[in-house]
Design a protein around this ligand. Structure first.
Ligand SMILES: [Zn+2]
Length: 108
């Protein structure tokens, strides 16, 4: 299993469990306005964070979902990385993706 595949499995679990909780609550919160530009075009800080470090912890998957690596665990097979899909830009606060969109893309 490549590092990226591990990432994807970890985050799919997170997304689906969140959706489960949300539908159980039965409330549909109105989404704030979504930023439509490509990832990293909302502000210079995100652009730099994605492009400048040689191994940025932000990455865009093949399914066009933006993820952020949030940590890792030591396993017998080496570090296991955890990533989380980014909903809001951590620098300027614009909404970049929705959980529905991510879940749809994760299913392929
Ligand atoms: Zn931004």
């Amino acid at each position: 299993m490549t590092k990226r595949e591990f990432f994807r499995l970890a985050s799919m679990g997170t997304v689906f469990s969140f959706l489960g909780i949300r539908s159980a609550l039965g409330s549909e919160r109105k989404m704030s306005e979504m930023y439509k530009g490509s990832f990293g075009s909302c502000c210079k800080d995100l652009s730099d964070a994605m492009k400048q470090p040689p191994n940025s912890f932000f990455f865009v998957e093949k399914n066009n979902v933006l993820y952020l690596t949030v940590g890792y665990a030591q396993t017998e097979k080496g570090p296991g990385w955890f990533d989380q899909a980014v909903i809001y830009c951590p620098f300027c606060g614009k909404q970049l993706q929705s959980r529905e969109e991510i879940a749809k893309k994760a299913r392929g």
